[in-house]
Design a protein around this ligand. Sequence first.
Ligand code: NAP
Ligand code: MG
Length: 479
Amino acid sequence: MTFEYAPAPESTAVVKLKPEYGLFINGKFVPAKDGKSFATINPSNEQHLAKVAYASEADVNKAVAAANEAYKKIWSKMPASERGKYLFRIARILQERAREFAVLESMDNGKPIRETRDVDIPLAAAHFFYHAGWADKLEHAGMGSNPKPHGVVGQIIPWNFPLLMLSWKIAPALATGNTVVLKPAETTPLTALLFAEVCQQAGLPAGVVNIVTGDGKTGSLIVNHKDIQKIAFTGSTAVGKGIARAIAGTKKAATLELGGKGANIVFEDAPIDETVEGIINGIFFNQGHVCCAGSRLLVQENIQEELLEKLKRRMALIRVGDPLDKNTDLGAINSAAQLAKIRELVDSGDAEGAERWSPACDLPAKGFWYPPTFFTGVTQANRIAREEIFGPVLSVISFRTPQEAIEKANNTPFGLSAGIWTDKGSRILWTAKHLKAGVIWANTFNKFDPASPFGGYKESGWGREGGRHGLAAYLKGVH
Ligand code: NAP
Ligand code: MG
């Protein structure tokens, strides 16, 4: 006899969607100058959610001018302890309105409510609390006795953790005394616009935070704006490289948080059941739309068979479906374009001779969906071993010796994250020392904290976000 779960849908009543949203410039919502707009949808059912203003050059110029005025006249003159109070206020409002943010994020992005409720929104609030505490203590952060902000910073974020990436950007920028112009991703603008309401509610002075919605063109207007002193970008390596080229030879500072192809390394002495949970969390958290996902499973050859049997059994229990159902583990793929990208890479895995496995699972008829999947028989040369799939697809590669594990793990143009699973502390330390990755987890995966710096080596990016290192990126001349 099998027992089925009853549906446990989260109500959407808490979210008051407007039919149309303006740009948030100088403390107010305003339409785009030329009246252009675009639609955002719910990727789990393709329903239209709202129209959002499209920012062109005149709008970006207006937002930068507002940020400049606010910097010169208000924010740079305000005592740091006062700045900190605004950040505390924003953090508390995010907590108070957490349910509303969680539901809206789930609707606009397609990620499960369990994750927005328990991860995205609490961590976003935690980033504001953490940085609020730094605002009046910067001269004790080991960055000189009088650290100075850049002025106006331009920030561009992706769609995989919309509100959380916004907090990673805005909280440290404001704490260090900068003002901002931020562009959310085209497919997930709604929580950034709700955040704009939070800024109003917190009484944040007009122009300190400006939010311009649009597409890649809007992003490049920010990158190339002459009055922006620093760029903070999270997104793909291809766009990141374009930004690096665009600002070369200018005085603009930049942090770039780009792609990854994280190795999750399992040694023969690893606690196997915990490891299986860590693998699941590493690749299926947020549909695998995670830059630091453990998307390459490196497993010691003598335990591969046992590990994969257990992994299959566990994957068969993953519940795929309505993101607003509290029992859902794996939600919708964020867009038709991302689904096409996943399919293209999976097809290349099939064509190059790797063996694909997914549990039986019913996918909803409407919306964008992909089942949890892994490939075995993957070689280092296969595209699925080298390129970021950014979906719920794991590539399994075996190794015989610890040295071989290191060589395979580091054999990638990326260097963002890695995981190590072993019973021995000495092996954790040895492995971590030899891995070229910015973030390394031991016997756990995908754990985040505002106090912990995050960032990559090689094509995974420049600079760090979070912690004391993240503050430095928002201060002039500090590295
Ligand atoms: P993306 O295409 O690079 O887009 C990221 C942001 O840049 C979006 O707001 C996008 O606008 C904008 N953009 C696009 N073209 C631009 C241009 N020429 N100039 C300036 N801005 C431009 O990346 P994505 O596909 O949305 O996000 C997935 C990628 O982000 C993955 O590679 C992932 O690894 C990476 N990521 C990295 C981290 C990290 O911390 N290292 C964290 C999360 C994600 P539109 O949305 O309107 O196109
Ligand atoms: Mg959307």
